[in-house]
Write a protein that binds this ligand. Sequence first.
Ligand code: C2E
Ligand code: CA
Ligand code: CA
Length: 589
Amino acid sequence: MDDSPQHAPFSPSHAIPARIPPVKALPTHVAAMLDSIADGIMLLDREWRFTYVNQATERLLKRSLTDLGGRGIWECYPDLIGSAYYRAYHEAAASGAPRTCTAYHAPLACWLEARAFPDANGLTVIFRDVSRERQQSAQLEYHADHDYLTGLPNRRRCTQVLAHAVAQAGEAGVAAPLAGIGAQEPYAAGVVVLFVDLDRFKEVNDAFGHAVGDTLLCGVAERFRALLAPSAFVARVGGDEFVFILRDARPGQAERFAGTILAGVSQPFQVDGHTLLLGASVGIAQWPEAGDTADTLLNHADAAMYAAKAAGRFQFRVFHLDLAQGLRQRLQLRADLHAAMADDQLVLHFQPQWSLQDGRLAGAEALLRWQHPTRGLLPPASFLDVLLESPLEPAVGLWVMRAVCRQIAAWRRAGLPVPRISLNLSARQLVMPGLAGLLADLAREHEVPCGLLDVEVTENTLMTDLDSAAAALDELKRCGISASLDDFGSGYSSLAYLTRLPVATLKIDKSFVAVLGSAPEALAVIRGVIALARSLGMRTLAEGVETRDQQRLLAGEGCDAVQGYLLGRPMPAADFAAVMGASAVARGD
Ligand code: C2E
Ligand code: CA
Ligand code: CA
């Protein structure tokens, strides 16, 4: 390439040069070679006239060599005058050095990338259509930043936007005190992160399939978009997780906005002929109290969201430091639980149940305990909710079933008169396919009659998926395993569904028993429950009996059995063996 500046200057572009017939004839083999190239190649002389174009040029520009040859480029393409190509070609011509330019070519509605090489004769321009590449890279850019399903920005974009907002707030925040805002409240307006997790979305997915779930998510995204003020931002950062970012939030605005989100989400959705109701839990983290980086703020908003879930869902929580402490403890607990399974730290305690008719031992409930290496014997309250949301849940559930069977077998080998033993099932365990078969197999393996097994399920467990629950209980019953309805009266307490469920025992919740002596209504409710259970052929067992008075009142109402601290706390297997032995002696068998 000749880039020495002493060539004759290019003529001014506005001058229309005379057409020069004939067009420069290239040796045939050179022309053939240039025609085989997919890029457009054109030669311009110093008067800006086409002296040659290859076939690719004819194709790309949709103009023939006969049409263009010998005419000036600016005459053929007046629209290009002043364009990026025009500037690039002129720069190449003036400097004698090559220039590259990519620009949108409106007449052909495409993006062209052109390289201009100046030489003694004029310019050689090599160009190609880069529309598809441009489109792909634009798409890539879009997809890197957006969620494919809802079209909302994704987690990556969310973090970027938040980092930017925090940086801006940081600059403004430093300036604020100087501007005379009181030292107590240096940040009158700030950045707020709201982490939103849909409640029970998984159930919709499980019940109606992923297509309905996806449509629902799009509906939620649509609603969230509609909630946005101009300076706000919303992203989908995970399956059913969304993040709102408010800039310049006034005190109290975050809480009000969380209320708006909850109200918005709780309006019914219509999807594929289904009316779907959703809830959400919202965690709020405010800059700078909850952190000064995007990551910390997101983590802390997430932690606050967890706290909202733990507090019963469908509400919001604002992050504070105690919450972080709680979060760390939960994570630690989760890790410890893994070790607990591996090291056999789980144990079962047994709490006796007594018949009120004849005072005999009627059964026992197996209750899970964790012999923690440093914290001692832990009750389920201190680890069950972490366990239930961890991947270990099925393994622990299976462990309980097996441990109960193994224990009954051991007692029977010792010649003890073992009554029916109840074990607690989680919601997920109950609807696990093949549960009845599994439990029956475990019993058979340990030579335990299925009639010695009872499963306790709570109302909440049943209501999650009534049909599957009813089917599971039917199957258990066919195997000879009975069921108890636990905590009756503490949940939805919808009596209507009771008729549909094969439940042998109704366990009256301890909250009723606790107020028996003091609240006359409690007695009336218990009387009603006992009558209802009788009419459905169920037996009643009252939990949490702590005083003689309570026991007397329950006996007076015709309650069948009791369980509580008064007559025996949950105890290790060896202690319960002693209870069985003694009760056998008392009965004289
Ligand atoms: P639950 O099924 O309602 O169990 C009865 C709870 O009441 C037990 O608490 C028991 O210790 C307590 N209790 C018994 N008598 C009295 C009394 O007279 N007064 C009072 N105030 N409380 C009494 P625990 O053992 O801490 O178990 C708590 C919950 O943990 C259980 O409630 C049950 O829902 C769950 N749980 C226990 N073991 C298992 C298990 O193996 N699997 C599953 N999924 N859940 C379990
Ligand atoms: Ca129970
Ligand atoms: Ca209970």
